[in-house]
Write a new protein. Structure first.
Length: 464
């Protein structure tokens, strides 16, 4: 936002001319001539006041609007934010706020952004020697600048980081707001992805996923279906337009938080504040009471292909039939792409464990309220609720320590080839756990080699 300071100098100068003209005329000939010259001077003063401000460079006071938090307009919507749940569910809140779901979108801060802004690590040189990107921290704000050399001139484009997407387990991308025009010419706040992301595996700034190395691009719009899986709630300006990136800027909830799985919480909180002795939860969804299919659909919404939206964005709610809101790709098609973050249900659905169980769901293995990353022994313990460890083919060779790590053999890491990062050194991929629970001979051999090279106590050392 830019505001202009009022400049009185032209007007003062005009009146000064009028006064001097009056004195000159009065002393030169007569008071009548002085008065006449004063009138002319006064008119000149007004002309200065009216015309000169347009010609004279004005002093400006530039005021950059603070990063939008989305909280300003929440008072008139049904969502409250996870902090409202803490009042009665402190233990759940304390565990959940550290999870990848909760941190999958955040406002920018030193703690939230994993990338390094220090002088020796804040430049990304693309494979095009004429294009580089500069990442800067200016006080408590963060910026990306594209620098393109065109002959003897240098073109720069700078945008502020206004949202952080990704918990940092694999990496992060960054978004910015820009006021622009929708397809039919109306002006709204539009949301775009910045060209540079941070990749945890390399510990460096890299091109954002899918971006062509060496080509400047600040114009990739962020559409509702993306935000449905990286945030609790946004209000699209045109909910029926899935390829429109215009959103209400003053009301949104970042992170996959409590209300994403339990439903909007305003009515629930208002009721129980008025009725503190009521022990039955009202106006809220308990996913565990929905039945296996409806419960799994809460996860399937984001872990089973983007699909084709059938209803306006951000209208699906826990407990509703997912097929009424999005047409997902067939499981067979999802499985053909291998490991990917949004086909984990498809991979799980092929697993003998899942096929042979009437009760198994995502929460059989995952506690959504706790950060359990790296606790392979804990995950393995959940496997042993159904599987006797002594029946494993490797039990005799590994011994009792086999209880510490079922995961590396039966849910191995694989490259996510559907999410490439183009770098000057070539194409890179992140690795994800394959959710097809099976027997993998290559991973078993690799695991057994690690066992031979390490003590039994370090068998479960890899990251899930």
């Amino acid at each position: 936002m830019t505001g202009n300071a009022v400049d009185f100098a032209p007007l003062v100068y005009g009146f000064l001319v009028a006064f001097l003209a009056f004195l000159l005329g009065w002393r030169w000939r007569s008071r009548r001539l002085g008065t006449l010259l004063a009138i002319v001077g006064f008119a000149i003063g007004f002309l200065f006041a009216a015309i000169l401000p347009a010609l004279w460079p004005q002093r400006t006071e530039e005021q950059v609007a603070p990063v939008a938090t989305g909280r300003e307009g929440l008072q008139d919507v049904a969502f409250l934010g996870a902090e409202s749940c803490r009042e009665c569910h402190q233990e759940k809140y304390d565990g959940f706020r550290h999870t990848a779901h909760h941190l999958t979108s955040q406002l920018p801060s030193e703690e939230a952004i994993r990338g390094d802004f220090s002088a020796d690590k804040n430049v990304f040189q693309t494979g095009n020697p004429k294009l580089s990107y500069l990442m800067e921290q200016r006080g408590d704000e963060f910026y990306q600048t594209g620098i393109l050399q065109r002959g003897s001139t240098e073109e720069r484009r700078t945008e502020r980081i206004e949202m952080v997407i990704g918990s940092g387990k694999l990496g992060q991308s960054y978004l910015y707001w820009h006021q622009g025009l929708t397809a039919d010419g109306r002006q709204f706040d539009l949301l775009f992805q910045l060209p540079i992301s941070y990749v945890t595996g390399s510990g460096k700034w890299e091109n954002s996923p899918g971006y062509v190395d060496g080509e400047p691009n600040f114009e990739r719009g962020i559409f509702p279906r993306c935000l449905e899986c990286h945030a609790t709630w946004f209000e699209p300006i045109e909910p029926d337009q899935p390829t429109q990136n215009a959103f209400r800027k003053d009301a949104f909830l970042l992170g996959i938080s409590c209300e994403k799985c339990h439903g909007a919480g305003r009515d629930h909180v208002d009721f129980h504040r008025r009725n503190p002795d009521e022990q039955v939860a009202r106006h809220i969804v308990n996913p565990g009471s929905l039945g296996r299919l409806r419960e799994i659909e809460l996860c399937t919404f984001c872990h089973s292909s983007p699909g084709e939206p059938l209803q306006p964005s951000f209208t699906y709610a826990p407990g509703q039939l997912l097929a009424d809101y999005v047409r997902l790709d067939p499981l067979e098609a999802q499985n053909r792409i291998g490991v990917h973050s949004d086909n984990q249900y498809a991979r799980l659905s092929k697993s003998p464990c899942f096929i042979g169980s009437e009760e198994m769901s995502c929460t059989t293995c995952h506690d959504p309220h706790a950060l359990e990353r790296g606790q392979l022994a804990l995950f393995s313990e959940r496997c042993m609720k159904c599987h006797a460890p002594e029946r494993c083919g490797m039990a005799k060779e590994i011994g009792p320590s086999i209880r510490q790590n079922c995961i590396d053999c039966h849910l191995p890491k694989r490259k996510d080839e559907a999410t490439p990062f183009e770098t000057p050194e070539g194409t890179k991929f992140v690795e994800l756990r394959d959710h097809f629970i099976g027997i993998y001979s290559d991973q078993t051999q690799e695991f057994m080699q690690r066992v031979k090279n390490a003590s039994a106590g370090s068998v479960g050392a890899s990251d899930p």
